[in-house]
Design a protein around this ligand. Structure first.
Ligand code: CA
Length: 219
């Protein structure tokens, strides 16, 4: 993922650039509004992190100009703590989200993921624990990094469990999630599905808690 970082403060800029680098994202860093617009015109970026207070051309003008060109690249604006009106103006000009200084790197990365997700048309994040990864958008599941072929019901059962790893789901809850209200469910249907899932993964992948139900272990 290639990101255009527009930030004139050298300390904040280099901190963000190295955080993005650590997270495996390539960041190109420019320090004024004119350079930002030139970079947007020249380069293939997937997202812009845009400070508002910038030399030459402020961030709001940069954003306005990007959107006037009908460029819908995701933009996250970076504003000062007390600049509520900048955030409002930025969102109204077409920013996808904002960050308030000072912010934690983890928050920055989470917002990047969320904005990218929304932009790609998927509002659901990946569900996972230590062993499973489930992509609700692509309906793809992996176990220990190997692709899994699941039946529709196995998928729904696993999806329910992975929404909250570590939580125990009772038989009734799982039946409701997998079969809905309408379907007739045989008494051992959930055991049958879990048996199938364990055969495709491992015995420990889905844990039974005697008398209470089933869970997938927390990451
Ligand atoms: Ca600034």
């Amino acid at each position: 993922m290639r990101i255009l970082l527009v930030e004139d403060d050298p300390q904040i800029g280099s901190a963000i650039a190295s955080a993005l680098d650590d997270a495996g994202m390539a960041a190109d860093w420019v320090t004024d509004g004119n350079a930002a617009l030139a970079s947007v015109d020249a380069g293939a970026f997937e997202l812009i992190l845009l400070d508002i207070g910038l030399p030459k051309k402020d961030g709001l003008s940069v954003l306005k100009s990007i959107r006037q060109k009908r460029n819908n690249i995701p933009v996250i604006i970076i504003t000062a703590r007390d600049a509520v009106e900048d955030r409002i103006a930025g969102l109204d000009l077409g920013a996808d989200d904002y960050l308030v200084k000072p912010f934690l790197v983890d928050e920055l990365l989470a917002r990047l993921r969320a904005v990218t997700r929304r932009h790609s048309g998927s509002t659901q994040p990946l569900l996972s624990n230590a062993e499973f990864t489930l992509d609700p958008a692509g309906k793809a599941v992996t176990f220990q990094e190997n692709d899994l072929e699941l039946t529709g019901k196995e998928y729904r059962l696993l999806h329910s469990l992975l929404l909250t790893p570590g939580r125990i789901f009772s038989r009734e809850e799982l039946e409701e999630k997998v079969y809905g209200w309408e379907e007739e469910v045989s008494s051992n249907a959930i055991e049958f599905l879990i048996h199938g899932l364990r055969k495709k993964t491992s015995k420990q992948a889905i844990k039974n808690v005697r008398g209470m139900g089933w869970m997938v272990p927390k990451a």
